[in-house]
Design a protein around this ligand. Structure first.
Ligand SMILES: C[S@@+](CC[C@H](N)C(=O)[O-])C[C@H]1O[C@@H](n2cnc3c(N)ncnc32)[C@H](O)[C@@H]1O
Length: 300
């Protein structure tokens, strides 16, 4: 079984039902334990960093685990892009990054937009179980969940007799507090404004009727294409008459890095995403291609 899901290539939404998701699995040991104890169930790990993903994949291979899938993506987008509504049985979040500073609250995995999207994907009476050692995070999570009016919440302290990791046991034995929050879905969440990106089936290359391009006019520059769509252009590589431009596109907070090529066809150029760049094809990427093509028509 292929444990890793490439969200750019996968048929979406995934055809998974009644499964458990762990957000921010870190070492992956918790997820592996769950999967080994429940071999007839499916588990899905979401991580925003590659290091934990690679560690988990190695462990899955070594232990021949075939009921874990994982992805490297921000939890919000993983839920938004991949899962069917009302398909997830349980969401587990162990020791989420608390993002202490007020200016960083927007990065918390339990902010209301995230809880909204989790609630949409949870089965009726599905639940989110969060364990944290940060009390302000507990208060924040409860406030955000109250806003959506779709969860019942319980907060408790785990006891030292529960199955805990050695760190947790140590923390409890030295009097450090740990909190468990359970948010049980009671009904569908009230609708709120959320970030969405639209995937497209195909990206269309652009033809530029010019014999020469002033490509340097865009290298190392930043453009606001429209609200919530920003393009940053880095270096340009030239090979004979063809160019490759390194870009980063920020579309409603969804970040993609890729190469755009401008291929010389004699009388004209073809502007396209490099065939070596794996990307999620979105409306924003098409808009970026259109924007660059228009800019190339103007500059020189
Ligand atoms: C403090 S660590 C806890 C790791 C593990 N759950 C544990 O208990 O040891 C938090 C983890 O969440 C991941 N993470 C943070 N924000 C995330 C997000 N928005 N989406 C996915 N993973 C995230 C981090 O990469 C990190 O591995």
């Amino acid at each position: 079984m292929q444990n890793y899901i490439d969200y750019r290539k996968a048929q979406k939404p995934l055809n998974f039902e009644n499964f458990t998701v762990e957000i921010g699995f870190g070492s992956g040991d918790f997820l592996i334990k769950l999967a080994e104890q429940n071999k007839d169930e499916i588990f899905f790990g979401i991580e925003k960093s590659w290091i934990p993903v690679n560690k988990l994949l190695k462990k899955c291979k070594l232990r021949k685990i075939n009921n874990i899938y994982c992805i490297r993506l921000d939890a919000y987008w993983a839920f938004q892009l991949l899962f069917k509504d009302k398909s997830v049985k349980k969401i587990i979040i162990n020791y989420p990054d608390p993002w202490f500073k007020k200016s960083h609250f927007k990065k918390r995995v339990t902010k209301r937009e995230n809880l909204f999207i989790y609630a949409k994907k949870l089965l009726p009476s599905g639940e989110i179980k969060i364990r944290t050692d940060d009390y302000p995070f507990v208060v924040f999570t409860l406030q955000e969940s109250e806003f959506l009016k779709c969860f019942s919440a319980t907060v408790s302290n785990p006891s030292i007799n529960e199955p805990l990791t050695k760190y947790e046991k140590k923390w409890l034995s030295i009097g450090k507090n740990i909190w468990d929050i359970v948010l049980k879905k009671e009904k569908e969440p009230e609708s709120i404004e959320i970030k969405q990106i639209m995937e497209v089936k195909e990206l269309f290359p652009l033809k530029i009727c010019k014999g020469e391009l002033n490509i340097n006019a865009i290298s190392h520059k930043e453009f606001r294409i429209e609200d919530d769509l920003y393009l940053r252009c880095f270096s340009v590589w030239q090979r004979e008459q063809d160019y490759a431009l390194e870009v980063v596109l920020l579309e409603k907070d969804f970040l993609q890095a890729f190469f755009i090529t401008a291929k010389n066809k004699g009388e004209y150029f073809i502007i396209d995403v490099s065939k070596f760049s794996e990307i999620l094809k979105t409306e924003g990427v098409q808009k970026a291609l259109n924007f660059l093509a228009k800019l190339f028509m103007e500059v020189l």
